[in-house]
Ligand binder design. Structure first.
Ligand SMILES: Cc1cc2nc3c(=O)[nH]c(=O)nc-3n(C[C@H](O)[C@H](O)[C@H](O)COP(=O)(O)OP(=O)(O)OC[C@H]3O[C@@H](n4cnc5c(N)ncnc54)[C@H](O)[C@@H]3O)c2cc1C
Length: 546
């Protein structure tokens, strides 16, 4: 690639400095041979609560670091709108997420391969998980050590979690000390993407190091508004920074890493998407790609709330100034204690039906209780546990509502629109209740506050799910990888029918993984970077793959 060009010309332009984008920025600049522009719509990740793990709860409604999206009214959730937070800051959603490190099931990736995606079976993606990882427990066949993404055992044993894990065992769910080990099923503590009690976003793990390289240029508060084309070849990006609109040109590739809502939005704004939708907003159709923005998948969670018989919950700490300051002091002195925990403390992966091969439900067990995500803790001793179906069949969409890039797209996950998702929600709540009714847990429960003892039948539980269910923040698959006509990218993440254009982020997942999605997004960034570099080394002009 050329050594020197003017300030608007690069080898690669990456849109979005999120989980995958920061990985790409690091890997593509490592050799020093490629000049890379990284565009990020948000700003620096200096906000204090980004770095303190528990601070994620303070970022739900912070417009400085969060796009603050919301779904359209959800027909199967009594027409409620569901909040859809997304990171708008260096590190993207990895800077505001709940830090849980879960890769999903080996079978998820084998399924991707079965769908026709060569190179994406578990055996193929494992090296990328390992390369990314700096596992505190050390390396083994499934884990890596020394990689940029720190993974650690932050959670100290807690009496409520100990009781939950024991109750799960009494209910027939085995103990599992590594959800990313040979078997996902079981109950145990979560590991976090954290280092020495601090959040370890991809901005911390990958970008901080890469920003020291002269061949990486990072533009902040830079909203990519349009992909520039010469025929079927992507040649650059137009972006808005303050009042200015600027072009930047890529001799190599334009790589979209804007996440599951913004990557399809940018494609649609650029004329790639369902033709009728684009024409309806006065956008010239470059290619009628009906799959762009389709197949939105997300994990719905349904929370149970409990009053605790003992003052051992986080509510008791936060609501008492002495305990609160004690916890703050402990964090400052040792980086341990309540401020160092993430979105779940303990959890479980379980099968709601014995005939299933692998878990279909994840439980997040939380040692505090609130009315809604990010709200103040209850004034009483309380805790929660949520049920999340791992492989939802409901499919939604992301569609632009305007040709103005600043107008958020319509987001409609269509939660609980598939029969199996309703049945699994009910079965998951029933199984969770069985765990909570085990003697070791029962003695800590003063009251099942929600859904409550009057909620008994399957119809009651489903009605409760519809009334209270909310996202676990895992949207994927809106630029789905595949070989079928609706797939947006091929197995090398190239936008079908175009040259010099890839999507490399959570939007390419053929199906959402059975777990939290950050680790998979980082893996996709790692694998995607290799593909870009391999193609550059081969000198191959990117093939038209449609
Ligand atoms: C509140 C919350 C809690 C979560 N908890 C967990 C958890 O505990 N564990 C877990 O594994 N996963 C969790 N997730 C999910 C996980 O963080 C995401 O799946 C993952 O970060 C997605 O990575 P990505 O690279 O696809 O997108 P993102 O990380 O969202 O990055 C996209 C980036 O692109 C930028 N961008 C978008 N459009 C443009 C544009 N037009 N121009 C310039 N820049 C643009 C955005 O500002 C952002 O920085 C959570 C997510 C949220 C929001």
């Amino acid at each position: 690639m050329a050594e020197h060009r003017d300030s608007q010309h690069f080898d690669y332009i990456i849109v979005g400095a999120g989980s995958a984008g920061c990985v790409l920025a690091n890997r593509l600049t490592a050799s020093g041979r490629h000049r890379v522009l990284l565009l990020e719509a948000g700003g620096h990740d200096r906000h204090m609560w980004i770095h303190i793990p528990l601070g994620f709860a303070k970022l739900f409604d912070n417009a400085k670091v969060n796009w603050l999206y919301s779904s359209e009214p959800e027909p199967e959730l009594n027409n409620r709108r569901v909040i859809q937070p997304r990171g708008k800051v260096l590190g993207g959603s990895s800077s505001i997420n709940g830090l849980l490190y879960i890769r999903g099931q080996h079978e998820d990736y084998d399924h991707w391969r079965q769908l026709g995606n060569t190179g994406w079976a578990f055996a193929d993606v494992l090296p990328y998980f390992r390369r990314a990882e700096d596992q505190e427990r050390g390396a083994d066949d499934l884990h890596g050590a020394g990689g940029p993404l720190s993974v650690s055992d932050v959670c100290e044993p807690h009496p409520l979690c100990e009781a939950f894990i024991e109750a799960a065992q009494q209910a027939g769910i085995p103990r599992n000390d590594d959800f990313n080990g040979p078997r996902q099923e079981g109950a145990g503590y979560f590991q976090l993407t954290a280092k020495n009690g601090r959040r370890w976003s991809t901005a911390a793990g990958y970008l901080r190091q890469a920003r020291k390289r002269p061949n990486l240029k990072v533009e902040l508060n830079a909203l990519a508004t349009r992909i520039l084309f010469s025929g079927r070849r992507a040649t650059g990006i137009e972006y808005r920074q303050g009042e200015a609109t600027r072009p930047a040109f890529a001799d190599g590739e334009v790589i979209l890493a804007g996440g599951a809502f913004n990557s399809p939005q940018l494609l649609q704004l650029s004329g790639l998407g369902p033709a009728d939708l684009l024409r309806g907003h006065g956008i010239a159709v470059v290619a009628d790609l009906p799959g762009v923005g389709c197949d939105l998948q997300d994990h719905l969670q349904i929370r149970m709330q409990f009053r605790c018989t003992e003052p051992i919950t986080m509510n008791d700490v936060v609501n008492n100034w002495r305990h609160r300051y004690g916890a703050g002091l402990r964090y400052i002195m040792s980086r341990k204690g309540l401020l160092s925990i993430g979105a779940g403390y303990a959890g479980a992966f379980l099968r709601t039906r014995p005939e299933l091969a692998t878990p279909d439900v994840q439980i997040h067990f939380l040692i505090f209780s609130t009315e809604t995500a990010g709200a103040a803790l209850h004034p009483f001793s309380g805790f929660m546990a949520s049920v999340c179906q791992l492989r939802p069949e409901s499919r939604g969409f992301v569609r632009i509502k305007s040709d103005d890039p600043r107008v958020p797209p319509a987001i409609q996950p269509r939660y609980l629109s598939a029969r199996n998702d309703c049945d699994t929600a009910v079965a998951g709540l029933t199984t969770l209740r069985q765990v909570m009714n085990q003697p070791v847990m029962r003695r800590l429960i003063a009251e099942e506050r929600l859904p409550g003892e009057n909620c008994v039948t399957a119809a009651d539980l489903l009605a409760y799910a519809r009334q209270t269910g909310t996202t676990v923040y895992h949207p994927t698959s809106t630029c789905r990888m595949g070989a079928d006509p609706n797939a947006v990218v091929d197995e090398r993440l190239r936008v079908r029918g175009f040259e010099g254009l890839r999507v490399i982020d959570a939007s390419i997942m053929p199906t959402v993984v059975s777990g939290n999605t950050n680790a998979a997004a980082v893996m996709i960034g790692e694998k995607g970077a290799d593909m870009v570099l391999q193609d550059a080394a081969a000198g191959a002009p990117m093939a038209l793959s449609a």
